[in-house]
Design a protein around this ligand. Structure first.
Ligand SMILES: [Mg+2]
Length: 239
């Protein structure tokens, strides 16, 4: 049987959904209050630096340990951003960030997913996240919109490791060349998907990567058009 339409795979955080307020605002004066809190831009730059060093929090299934880990992470971010050395402020922000009710979908997500499914595409989610991502998906009626949900903490591999992309392909019964991967991280999503043999597509919602040389969208509104124009190798071509 041939299935000429590519499978469409999505990253979760900052591709489909985001914490509101996002980390930079949550850890800044606007949410924590004026006392010793840094600016959102200083926090943003501190988080990028931490991410570039690979010091992002790991997966942690135990809720208490997860709160402690995120509190320590936010505490480090606050210090690096020049804020007050406050464990209490970091813990308050961590409690907020770990509540599924505080995540929102970008408004283009449901229309895009529904259009892709209506056109006959398989749709999957591949996320570096803890299992409680499933609570967020359920809260936003996302669970039933994906043919497969692959979460790093559940499968034991994080993007950009090739194993997590290969596992997703096996579950979808597709080859990597039949998969388009949409994500917001150059290293985790774009390099990872490309190295796995997929077609990477950067979503740059905040204009961070004006010089990115590869396929790119700024929202999901144009995704259907772009997917149909990509030069994909399909099972049909391989006959
Ligand atoms: Mg992301």
């Amino acid at each position: 049987m041939t299935r000429p339409l590519p499978a469409i795979l999505f990253d979760a955080a900052d591709t489909l959904l985001e914490l509101t307020p996002a980390f930079p605002e949550l850890l800044s004066v606007s949410w924590l209050g004026a006392e010793g809190a840094p600016s959102a831009q200083d926090v943003r730059e501190a988080l990028w630096a931490i991410g570039a060093e690979g010091h992002w929090p790991d997966d942690e299934p135990d809720a208490d340990a997860r709160l402690a880990m995120w509190t320590a992470f936010f505490h480090d971010a606050l210090r690096r951003a020049g804020g007050a050395d406050s464990h209490a402020a970091a813990q308050r922000a961590a409690r907020y960030a770990l509540d599924p009710a505080h995540y929102r979908l970008y408004p283009d997500v449901l229309p895009c997913l529904d259009a892709l499914r209506a056109a006959g595409h398989q749709v999957a989610l591949v996320s570096n996240f803890d299992g409680w991502l499933r609570d967020i998906l359920a809260a936003h009626q996302l669970t039933e919109r994906f043919d497969e949900v692959v979460i790093s903490s559940e499968v034991g591999f994080e993007k950009p490791r090739p194993e997590i992309f290969a596992l997703t392909c096996r579950r979808l019964e597709r080859s990597p060349a039949e998969c388009v991967f949409i994500g917001d991280s150059l290293v985790v999503d774009i390099d990872g998907a490309r190295d796995a043999g997929m077609h990477p597509l950067l979503i740059d919602r905040y204009g961070r990567f004006p010089d990115h040389p590869g396929p790119k969208v700024s929202s999901l509104d144009t995704l259907m058009d772009l997917v149909s124009s990509l030069p994909l190798v399909t099972t049909e071509d391989a006959r």
